[in-house]
Ligand binder design. Structure first.
Ligand SMILES: Nc1ncnc2c1ncn2[C@@H]1O[C@H](COP(=O)(O)OP(=O)(O)OP(=O)(O)O)[C@@H](O)[C@H]1O
Length: 255
């Protein structure tokens, strides 16, 4: 579904060039849940933004369903969830979710139907009339996921969506996200700093390292798709987490 070939991206800054990505090759299959993990500054966000055509690679190509990343963006192939919920405080939750749909020209009846569906999916049915500040941080992040799901894009790109939340809320949202992924069959790209989160959620874990940002290891998960939280105590989970940690350590030795 997503193919990156030799993707490099250098930012020209006042202090000289920053090599954010170097020769990144990656294939993401339809229905994959792929996590990107690595130390701060290794290019995880830049790679996600490049897939979504929010950045243009200096060299290399990204293909999405046979289209260029830019064509895919215009065809609304992506929903994008940012680190902060980014909801407009003067709009209710429903009207926040409605905004991209309004821009895309959906009728009021279509919008209402889609909003009700995604609010149910993220378990916020009944909260559509509230304003963002009336909801907890976890609920706001669920609302921003609902907004990204509203136009039913096949691909969901999520940049550390739960990074600012406490561990208990994060566990609950991880479970909810897995459930949503299983129900919808979407292809998900997910940036995280957390090894347990990456192992719990993913079908594949992409380990990256900085200076320049590149992929050091791709780990295929052997965990079943059905994953109760207790799976984190199993030997198989611990083995995969260990492999991720080793990959991170390997990347570090380049510094
Ligand atoms: N617009 C930009 N202009 C210049 N440099 C940039 C820009 N965006 C990112 N960078 C640099 O590119 C590198 C990769 O940044 P990126 O945000 O992709 O890393 P990251 O792995 O997502 O980090 P974090 O985990 O802290 O979010 C960093 O050195 C960053 O400073």
């Amino acid at each position: 579904m997503i193919e990156a070939h030799g993707v490099s991206l250098t930012f020209e800054t006042a202090d000289g060039p920053v090599h954010a990505l170097k020769d990144v090759d990656l294939t993401i299959e339809k229905g994959d849940f792929v996590s990107f993990i690595g130390p701060s500054g290794c290019g995880k966000t830049t790679f996600l933004r490049t897939i979504a055509a929010l950045e243009t690679p200096t060299s290399g190509q990204i293909g999405v369903n046979g289209m260029s990343a830019d064509e895919a963006r215009r065809a609304r192939a992506y929903g994008y969830v940012f680190q902060a919920p980014g909801l407009y405080p003067w709009r209710t939750i429903s009207r926040n979710i409605s905004l991209p749909l309004e821009i895309m020209g959906f009728s009021k009846a279509d919008r209402d139907e889609k909003i009700a569906r995604v609010l149910d999916l993220v378990e916020l049915g009944g909260f559509g009339g509230k304003f963002p500040w009336q909801l907890s941080g976890g609920m706001q992040q669920r609302a921003s996921i609902a907004r990204a799901l509203a136009f039913d894009a096949d691909i969901l790109l999520m940049d550390e969506p739960f990074g600012a939340l406490d561990e208990i809320v994060r566990d609950r949202l991880n479970e909810a996200l897995l459930e949503l992924w299983r129900k919808t069959g979407k292809t998900i790209g997910f940036v995280t700093h957390s090894i347990p989160e990456a192992v719990y959620l993913s079908t594949r874990i992409v380990v990256m390292s900085p200076r320049p940002g590149r992929i050091t290891r791709i780990i295929e998960s052997t965990l079943p798709r059905e994953r109760p939280l207790e799976i984190r105590d199993t030997p198989e989970f611990i083995r995969i987490a260990h492999e991720v940690r080793e990959g991170l350590r390997e990347g570090h030795s380049y510094d």
